[in-house]
Ligand binder design. Structure first.
Ligand code: FAD
Length: 167
């Protein structure tokens, strides 16, 4: 089971990160991988990395893909992101999109509108990364970072890579 511990701070910083594969209580679930894309289908993903309009443009999804690949996670997005064609509609989660219930949902640059939360609030752990401390998503978050995605996500990627190389 993957555990992410990020302390809620006013400046972006990763306080600690743990990837515990020895937990005897962990629940293992096999998931299929789409043979065409090599990706885990969103509805059955245990880990999901999702991003919204805070990412500014489709050219910035590389870091979201990289984080998801490192974690073995599926990618998702908010409705406006798919409406404007930054990402496929197959990634749109929420009231009018796919409803998901992963063990971990990481939301990057997503405000947390009620219609978005309707599709993701069954997630066991929600981690929110947003520049706005008043973003509604923080009220639904288990862990939050008030910070710029373009600083926080690369730090998270770096921390995971270091952890993986040491284990
Ligand atoms: C009938 C109806 C159904 C809908 N169904 C859905 C649905 O199914 N799913 C859905 O998602 N929405 C749905 N919506 C739309 C919903 O109301 C919101 O408009 C939408 O979820 C907002 O998307 P967003 O959070 O990506 O964008 P925004 O509301 O624009 O929020 C962007 C967020 O990014 C943050 N940000 C900006 N820059 C950065 C940065 N550099 N780093 C980190 N954070 C940053 C901002 O502080 C902000 O909180 C529906 C709306 C209606 C009316």
């Amino acid at each position: 089971m993957l555990l992410v511990f990020i302390k809620y701070k006013s400046v972006p910083s990763i306080e600690s990160f743990s990837y515990d594969t020895s937990d005897s209580d962990q629940r293992l679930k096999s998931v299929s991988v789409d043979s065409a894309t090599g990706k885990i289908p969103l509805p059955e993903a245990e880990l999901v990395v999702s991003a919204g309009r805070g990412l500014k443009g489709p050219e910035n999804w590389g870091m979201i893909e990289e984080l998801a690949d490192l974690l073995g996670a599926a990618t998702a997005c908010s409705k406006p992101v798919s409406d404007i064609g930054w990402r496929s509609h197959s990634e749109h989660v929420g009231q009018t999109g796919i409803a998901i219930n992963p063990q971990l949902y990481i939301a990057v640059g997503i405000s947390g509108a009620i219609q978005h939360l309707a599709g993701v609030n069954a997630s066991k752990n929600i981690v929110v990364i947003n520049t706005d401390p008043e973003a509604p998503f923080f009220k639904a978050a288990d862990y939050g970072i008030v910070g710029d995605a373009f600083e926080v996500v690369p730090k998270l990627i770096e921390a995971i890579k270091i952890h993986k190389s040491n284990n």
